[in-house]
Design a protein around this ligand. Structure first.
Ligand code: FEO
Length: 395
């Protein structure tokens, strides 16, 4: 496996998780990887570890290259357990290694794994570590993805190791961007951004600007999940700049659920109204798509129309789950509209609208509600609602 060479002396030593389909609630249809890297110079450094279930993969990959007692440093770029839960085992094997992490990571490691981690040496932005002919530089990246997160930069090899940033949940036999299907790679990169990093958009923009200002030459971006960017590392940097700016296109995503097809029929009439204005429409029924797929579709849309039948005076539970998730992720610069059907007393549209307003979303004040089953006039209103939204986002 250790023909996975980034540059001479720098190897991927991580693990591939082919079968994971649920990553703390995020639907990982294509599996994932936990990437760790070994840099061998006069001194040897291991960058990150893997999820503990895959610790033996990491051990085997390292032992193909060196013995654990030759490791001088373990660098913890991020404490979340997908990268650190092997650390208690690895630290015992690499008994001569110093552990380096950010100040916040030190506290978090103690909280996760106990006082064995009192020995961690904290590093901060601008600190360097000489390995021999190579030097590593550290750059704190708080909230990308946790307060402890940091990037490590291998100056001589021009390799940026940014942990979660620029990653994707994608298991494959290829480890590099020139070895996998580019469409699948960018789809997974967008899904990862939308589901993990979207609420941190302002921090991402600032951090990328900071890195650009440092004028660090970058040949390779080696994240801790998925594919390593070597063919065109700026492709993912530019995609992040676009996503974090909230740049969107004339597209309306219609997210709904239905009990006896009334809301479904409304959704399709609304979509026809959108399409009649030359605007792209996408329909996502929440029991056909996961919430993580749905939120990814919204990433580049200018409007989101959400439909629910009324159940017990409120919204249908799948819409509650979706809106809880969506409001937490804070998608920027979108127009939100609401529609739905009811029997005797409504409540779904009002409840959804209140939730969106509380989250600070821009809301189309007038929604569409239909009693029981939509008739011809109701469907005309739905069509016009779609037209109106499409005209508004085109304006
Ligand atoms: Fe991949 Fe925030 O851990």
């Amino acid at each position: 496996m250790n023909n996975v060479v980034l540059k001479e002396g720098v190897n991927w030593v991580g693990a591939i998780d082919w079968n994971i389909r649920d990553f703390h609630g995020y639907n990982t249809n294509r599996g994932s990887t936990y990437n760790a890297y070994l840099i061998r110079d006069e001194k040897v450094a291991l960058i990150d570890t893997v999820k503990k279930e895959f610790c033996n993969d990491l051990i085997a990959h390292v032992e193909e290259l060196t013995s654990f007692d030759k490791i001088d440093y373990i660098i913890v770029n991020h404490v979340e357990m997908d990268h650190s839960s092997s650390l208690p085992i690895i630290a015992k094997l690499a008994k001569n290694a110093k552990i380096l992490a950010s100040v916040r990571a030190k506290d978090e490691l103690i909280k996760h794994y106990g006082h064995d981690f009192d020995v961690v040496d904290p590093v901060k932005t601008g600190d360097t570590l000489k390995l021999g002919k190579r030097t590593l530089e550290f750059l704190e990246a708080p909230m990308l993805h946790w307060p402890d997160s940091m990037f490590t930069y291998d100056i001589e090899d021009k390799i940026l190791l940014p942990n979660d940033a620029f990653g994707q949940h994608l298991a494959s036999s290829g480890r590099f961007d020139d070895e996998v299907d580019e469409c699948a790679l960018m789809e997974e990169a967008a899904m990862y951004y939308a589901n993990i990093l979207m609420p941190l958009a302002p921090l991402i923009t600032r951090k990328i600007q900071e890195v650009v200002a440092l004028k660090l030459p970058i040949d390779i971006i080696a994240p801790s999940h998925g594919i390593i960017w070597r063919k065109d590392p700026m492709k993912i940097v530019n995609a992040y700049l676009k996503w974090s700016s909230g740049e969107s296109k004339n597209k309306v995503v219609i997210v709904f659920d239905t009990m006896w097809h009334s809301t479904d029929t409304m959704a399709r009439a609304i979509a026809e109204g959108v399409i009649s204005q030359g605007v792209e429409a996408k329909l996502y029924k929440l029991r056909s798509y996961s919430v993580s797929e749905t939120i990814t579709e919204i990433l580049e849309a200018k409007a989101v129309l959400v439909g629910s039948p009324t159940l017990n005076n409120g919204m249908f539970p799948t819409l509650g789950q979706f809106l809880t998730y969506a409001t937490g992720l804070k998608p920027k610069g979108k127009l939100w509209g609401f529609f739905g059907s009811y029997g005797w007393g409504g409540g779904a549209v009002k409840g959804m609208m209140e939730m969106a307003k509380k989250a600070g979303f821009e809301v189309q004040e007038q929604g569409v509600e239909v009693k029981f089953v939509p008739d011809k006039d109701d469907l005309k209103k739905c069509f016009e609602f779609g037209q109106q939204i499409a005209q508004k986002i085109k304006a």
